[in-house]
Write a protein that binds this ligand. Structure first.
Ligand SMILES: Cc1ncc(COP(=O)(O)O)c(C=O)c1O
Length: 457
């Protein structure tokens, strides 16, 4: 395609340098010294740059654009559970970056560790052995259940799932997987093959061969698939499941589901893979989602919260027995930046905060508190809210339909509370605040929720 000079993307080296410098200079300017004109420039140019260079489609879906009359809400600053847009408007963050911010925004202990590591060595040489990665793997081995011992670090959740799939294939010598309907594991081609929704899979078919999705929470369905696969000679490497489905709307399985999955996978000699990308590190009221049922999976995938809400970080872990298949060729799975020193510093600090501040217990208590209060509201407004489900601080408020759910999500947004919920996906509105969110902010959010219900008349 030829570019003409009047397209926003035409090549202009001087403009590229000056635009890059403009933002670098602004980043370095102390916030108190950023002028109103500069703030307006950020808000306006961000909107325009999304339209010209990211994806116009987002501008139709984000409440931060569709629900504001002047400047689109533009991410700028945050602390704990309060987000400030570039124009200085404050929001209570009940979305928590969809599970990213277990410690809130900019936890001081994580920031301090990252800054210190930045001053020493942000990346590693790729030749010398790197101490932080090795140490973090040891710490995670101590934190995980059973005999989980070895790990590989990457940057995003979907990479962790792809890596886990490769490990399962290498170990078992088989290629099929079973996952769940409505399950979410990421959007790279491997993880996407597992995903339980046509909207993201269908336009990209064919994906990986031999993946079968069954209803979540139904252990019999998994056993039936394994039995059928065996009968017809289709090899299955693993069963990949979220402990509690996150993206699908905080859906809990029956209590015997995970123990039964363990038995079934052992019986059919396939690997049980827990995708803890959203549930891991305290989110559901235990350190890991599988801890609710005392089950040790064969492989565990981590992401989101692992980097303390500061650095992108993910990983997958397994037992010594399974990991052995990677020993003959340790380069079988690699990534240049995964597990870099800054990310490992963030992850190590994150784990100290999780344990020192008892964040899993905090999540369990605060989750119960929010559920109780929301159920009280349900008594008063049964035509608006149907209920609330989930565990710890992975919660989903249930509404009779998308329309009512979206009215609530946008009503909360106009009262400066961030939650999930888009125009066509709001029957369940997820609440995933930081695990250390103060009770005063929870109460304030509940007050604004009731005001929103009240405004429906
Ligand atoms: C359970 C689960 N697995 C994997 C992913 C993918 O993670 P990422 O978006 O970092 O690739 C997500 C993201 O929401 C998730 O919830």
């Amino acid at each position: 395609m030829t570019k003409t000079n009047d397209t926003p993307s035409s090549r202009d080296i001087e403009a590229a340098l000056s635009e890059a410098n403009k933002m670098v200079d602004l980043i370095k300017t102390p916030d108190a010294e950023v002028t109103d004109d500069e703030r307006r420039w950020v808000a306006e140019s961000t909107y325009q740059n999304f339209a010209d260079h990211i994806n116009k489609g987002f501008l139709e879906y984000r409440k931060s654009v569709t629900e504001t009359e002047d400047f689109a809400l533009t991410d700028w600053q945050g602390e704990g559970s309060i987000l400030k847009d570039v124009m200085g408007r404050e929001y209570i963050d009940m979305l928590g970056g969809f599970g990213l911010y277990t410690l809130g925004i900019r936890h001081p202990k994580v920031i301090a560790a990252v800054k210190a590591q930045l001053d020493r060595s942000p990346q590693y040489s790729q030749e010398m052995l790197d101490p932080l990665r090795a140490h973090l793997a040891k710490v995670i081995a101590k934190l995980t259940p059973g005999d989980i011992q070895y790990g590989f670090f990457a940057n995003s959740g979907t990479e962790a799932v792809d890596g886990a799939m490769k490990l399962a294939k290498l170990y078992t010598g088989e290629s099929g997987f079973i996952s769940t309907l409505k399950g979410f594991h990421g959007k790279s081609l491997g993880a996407l093959s597992l995903l339980g929704k046509a909207v993201f899979r269908k336009p990209l078919l064919p994906l990986l061969d031999g993946v079968r999705q069954v209803p979540f929470g139904d252990a019999d369905a998994i056993e039936q698939e394994l039995k059928a696969a065996k009968e017809v000679g289709d090899g299955i490497a693993g069963v990949v499941v979220e402990p509690i489905q996150g993206e699908a709307g905080a859906i809990e399985p029956p209590d015997d589901y995970w123990p039964r999955l363990r038995q079934i996978c052992d019986k059919y000699e396939v690997l049980l893979i827990a995708d803890e990308v959203q549930t891991g590190f305290g989110r559901t009221g235990k350190i890991f989602g599988v801890d609710h049922w005392g089950v040790t999976p064969d492989i565990m995938c981590f992401g989101k919260a692992l980097g303390g809400g500061v650095i992108a970080m993910s990983g997958f872990f397994s037992t010594a027995k399974i990991w052995k298949c990677l020993e003959p060729n340790p380069f079988m799975h690699t990534t240049t930046t995964g597990g870099n020193p800054v990310a490992c510093a963030a992850a190590l600090a994150q784990i100290t905060v999780l344990l020192e501040e008892g964040l899993a217990d905090q999540a369990a208590e605060k989750g119960e508190y929010i559920k109780k209060k929301v159920l009280e509201l349900k008594e008063k407004y049964p035509h608006i809210i149907k209920g609330i489900r989930g565990r710890g601080l992975l919660l989903g408020m249930e509404f009779p339909n998308d329309e009512i759910g979206y009215k609530v999500a946008s009503g909360l947004f106009s009262r400066n509370v961030l939650t999930a919920g888009t125009l066509n996906n709001a029957e369940t509105v997820r609440l995933e605040p930081a695990l250390n969110i103060p009770y005063e902010l929870i109460d304030e959010m509940l007050k604004r929720l009731e005001e929103t219900f009240e405004s429906f008349g």
